[in-house]
Design a binder for this molecule. Structure first.
Ligand code: 1HE
Length: 290
């Protein structure tokens, strides 16, 4: 039996989290859900809404917030169809809470980074599609969090940067894996080497966000998309969030095989058959020119 590292055992001075099992084989151990004033979770119908509520610190992500994000996405209610993540105040998220950046040795630093990986993996490969509603600063770990979501909606106030490069550190929340898949290695390299900041329009143009909306409307647009996505067949949403990114990493010949299998599974579901029948019998909406 192995003992898993400290990052899984988050002991805050006021005992926010308790770990059910501190020693077990599975590193993905379950944490009990306990309140954290810096994050808010609610269900609006069947859409989960997660808000970072630490505006005085620009929603900077400390260890407790990372643990809470993980907890929330591990414990979404069974009826959840999609989720929206947003930030209170003038900014989505200022990234890693730099005041948490303690002297760590290499091993501790690696485990800290791995704690982000586990939490953001829960966002990306959780049970439902997740839409990020972006405004103001989407920087450092904030961009890493946004890039773990499936769709990003940004308003006109959004701006993107990776200040890690100029702070003498490196991304550690999965950014080097996910951000190049959005914008390409060359743009991420430029952002980190030069401290380049992309404004909202530039960010949308290069693929940082998929939607650009007027200031103050990102949440509403994200929520509207979440409701629309929630009406899809669950298996299709699962295929898109869990299988498509894996296919995209596979060599083409393996990708074709995986695609054929998930496509067969999706179309065999009774719900898929009903939806196709609805179209053929004139009950389902046509595709409309936009
Ligand atoms: C913070 C943080 C933070 C703000 N950690 N405390 N991220 C950064 O390098 C970005 C650092 N932040 C900024 O550049 C600016 O704060 C913003 C552009 C995001 C917003 O500017 P502004 O003028 O609205 O706010 P502010 O006055 O700079 O900050 C307000 C308070 O938030 C202030 O604290 P106060 O006690 O003096 O009021 C700031 O210190 C605090 N604050 N951002 C801690 N990030 C897994 S690895 C990920 C690695 C990274 O993410 S590195 C990138 C970190």
């Amino acid at each position: 039996m192995r003992v898993y590292p400290d990052y899984l055992v988050i002991n805050h001075n006021y005992d926010r989290f308790q770990v059910k099992n501190q020693v077990r084989e599975n590193p993905y151990m379950t944490l009990t859900m306990t309140p954290n004033p810096d994050i808010h979770f609610e269900m609006r119908g069947d859409i989960a809404v997660v808000r970072l509520t630490r505006p005085t610190k620009r929603n900077a992500l400390n260890d407790a917030l990372i643990a809470s994000i993980r907890q929330i996405f591990e414990n979404l209610p069974d009826n959840t169809k999609a989720a929206v993540i947003a930030g209170d105040g003038d900014h989505f998220c200022a990234g890693l809470d730099l005041s948490d950046l303690k002297e760590r040795d290499a091993g501790q630093g690696m485990h800290h980074s791995r704690s982000w990986h586990v939490a953001l993996e829960r966002v990306q490969y959780g049970p439902v599609p997740v839409i990020a509603a972006l405004h103001g600063a989407v920087v450092g770990g904030g961009l890493e969090l946004a890039s773990a979501c499936h769709i990003r909606v940004a308003d006109d106030t959004a701006f993107y940067a990776l200040p890690e490069g100029t702070r003498g550190i490196f991304v550690g929340g999965g950014g080097s894996v996910r951000i190049p898949r959005l914008i390409g290695v060359a743009r991420m390299t430029d952002m980190m080497l030069t401290g380049r900041v992309y404004n909202a329009a530039e960010g949308e143009r290069v693929g940082m966000a998929q939607y650009l909306v007027p200031a103050g409307t990102a949440f509403d647009k994200a929520f509207e998309l979440a409701q629309r996505i929630g009406q899809n067949a669950p298996l299709t949403n699962y295929a898109l969030t869990h299988v498509l990114p894996r296919i995209a990493e596979q060599p083409a010949d393996q990708g074709f095989i995986t695609e054929s299998m998930i496509s067969a599974i999706a179309q065999a579901a009774p719900e898929a058959k009903q939806r196709v029948r609805d179209f053929l019998e004139g009950r389902a909406a046509k595709v409309q020119k936009s």
